[in-house]
Structure formats: structure tokens, C-alpha cells
Design a protein around this ligand. Structure first.
Ligand SMILES: O=C(O)c1cc(=O)[nH]c(=O)n1[C@@H]1O[C@H](COP(=O)(O)O)[C@@H](O)[C@H]1O
Length: 279
């Protein structure tokens, strides 16, 4: 049986550090790169970033929205990106933030987490805000295939607190407790990750959320364009530094289209993150 996603992620982070490069082909970035805002522009952007950063990061995170913007032609490019990552052995976090009633969730799960699906990824982002239990079909299919999921906990945007911090214990703490139960026994960490922004004004511990107890890897967005830096990652995730995967998108792709510039900036972020996290 192949290793579970948490073990594969741990191995990739051990080898290449905590950086995850995001693929978010914003219209303004395509323009800055001198590319058309079209499927062809997405293709060139994605290939260029992927070629430049393969080997410099533990994973890549394509954001589906920027591909969907161009309809079926854009989604075809996303399929190519995922296929290229599979061929290169690059771990993928497909950022789709899906969440729906359980029966529909089963279809989303098949779309992103089934062997042979055109959009199959190593892991996918999910929203638990229709109820954590509604994600079960995706959690089960991911685990059966050695894949993973990232459940939104405390998101990097300030508006997230309106939902995630309601109640005592806060909603996000209840999500974290459910993740902890599902990760029981998986080493070195589980296949169900939590998304916790690096931009939070208060740390999870200060909010009464014991991330270390969840056994979850943490996806910590917000570094670079959203204002957080490596020291914020180190401060926010003090007790679980070896489990934090840090996605940076605009903070890397702003160096394009020059591949050397992209690679140099990815290396620089990676070195700064590793220094801050003491890894
Ligand atoms: O799940 C995510 O990746 C995510 C969660 C979150 O709380 N905040 C957040 O910014 N993201 C995603 O992370 C990426 C951030 O992009 P940059 O700010 O350019 O690095 C975008 O694709 C967001 O959709």
C-alpha cells in the first residue's frame, strides 16, 4: 500500500523545505508578463512558473478560479498543469475550496481525488462551513487513494473571523477537533490538513485552538502579497514548525516572466522560511 498523504508531504518537506508555490494567474500578472489574458496566456504562465520552481518547493498550489475564468479552455490548462506535476512527481494542492451537501460532495471528491480523474490532485482545499461531516465522502476517498485534503480553519482574510471565531469554543476550534479525531494514529502527521492564515492578529493558541493536538499539517497562506513574512509564520506556528506548508503565489510570480528571476525569488523565500522556522 502506498504511503498516506501526510507521510508523502512530510518527505517532500524534509527534502525541499516548507515552501509551496502558488499558481494564481491574475489578469494583471499576465499583463505584466506581456501575456494575453487567454487560455494560451495561462498555459505559458503556468509552464514558466512550474519549470522555474520544480525542485525548489515541496508542492505547488494551482488556484482553480484563475483557470475557470477562461471556461473549458482554462480548465483544460489546469488539467495539463496537474498532469505535468504528476509526471514530475511534484505534489499538488488543488485550491478549489469546495464544500456542499454530502451527496454532492461525493461528486466533487470524484472530480479531484479519484484515480484517473482528469483533475486528480494529491490534495484539495475544502470548506467545512456546511458542516464538517458533509466533507466525509472527500475525506474517505482521499484516504483510500493516499491523497489528502486541507480543511479551512482560520482563513487569512479578516472577514473569516465573522464565521470562524463565533462561539465558545469558536467554530474553528470545533473544526480542528474533528480533524484531530480523523488524524488519530497517522504519523508523522495526518492526511487531513488545516488551513490557518499566517496573517492572523492572534495566534491559534491565543484563540484556544491547540493545533499541535490535531496531528494536521497546516497550510499557512498570507505570506508575501497579503503582508505576512516568515517571522509571522514562525510566531503563529511556534509549536509545530515542521508541519507548516507555506503557499506563496504573487510573492513568487511577481518576479516573472524571467525564469531565473522566478527561481531566485523562490529560493530566497525558501531560505528565509527555513531560517525563521529553524528547519
Ligand atoms: O486555501 C488557500 O490556499 C487560501 C486560504 C486562505 O485563508 N487564504 C488564502 O489566501 N488562500 C489562497 O492562497 C493564495 C494566496 O495568494 P497570494 O496572496 O498571492 O500568495 C490564493 O490562491 C488564495 O485563494
Amino acid at each position: 500500500m502506498s504511503p498516506h498523504f501526510g507521510a508523502r508531504l512530510a518527505a517532500a518537506m524534509e527534502e525541499r523545505g516548507p515552501l509551496c508555490v502558488g499558481l494564481d494567474p491574475h489578469a494583471h500578472l499576465l499583463a505584466d508578463w506581456g501575456l494575453p489574458d487567454s487560455a494560451e496566456g495561462l498555459r505559458t504562465f503556468s509552464r514558466t512558473v512550474l519549470d522555474a520552481v520544480t525542485g525548489e518547493c515541496a508542492a505547488v498550489k494551482p488556484q482553480s478560479a484563475f483557470y475557470e475564468r477562461h471556461g473549458s479552455a482554462g480548465v483544460a490548462v489546469l488539467e495539463e498543469v496537474l498532469q505535468a506535476c504528476r509526471q514530475r512527481g511534484v505534489l499538488t494542492v488543488l485550491d478549489v475550496k469546495r464544500g456542499d451537501i454530502g451527496s454532492t460532495m461525493g461528486a466533487y471528491a470524484t472530480a479531484y481525488l479519484a484515480d484517473g480523474a482528469p483533475l486528480a490532485a494529491d490534495s484539495v482545499t475544502l470548506s467545512p462551513y456546511l458542516g464538517y461531516g458533509s466533507l466525509r465522502p472527500a475525506l474517505d476517498l482521499a484516504r483510500a487513494g493516499g491523497r489528502g485534503v486541507w480543511v479551512l480553519g482560520l482563513t487569512s482574510n479578516p472577514e473569516g473571523a465573522d464565521v470562524q471565531l463565533v462561539g465558545d469554543p469558536p467554530v474553528a476550534a470545533r473544526v480542528a477537533a474533528a480533524v484531530a479525531a480523523d488524524n488519530t494514529g497517522l504519523m508523522p502527521f495526518g492526511d487531513i490538513g488545516l488551513v490557518v492564515g499566517a496573517t492572523l492578529p492572534r495566534t491559534p493558541a491565543e484563540l484556544g485552538i491547540d493545533l499541535a493536538a490535531t496531528g494536521a499539517p497546516v497550510l499557512a497562506p498570507g505570506v508575501g502579497a497579503q503582508g505576512a513574512g516568515p517571522e509571522d509564520v514562525a510566531r503563529t506556528f511556534a509549536a509545530l514548525r515542521e508541519r507548516v506548508l507555506v503557499p506563496i503565489s504573487r510573492g513568487v510570480s511577481s518576479a516573472g516572466p524571467d525564469p531565473e528571476g522566478l527561481r531566485a525569488l523562490a529560493r530566497d523565500w525558501s531560505a528565509r522560511l527555513q531560517r525563521a522556522l529553524g528547519s
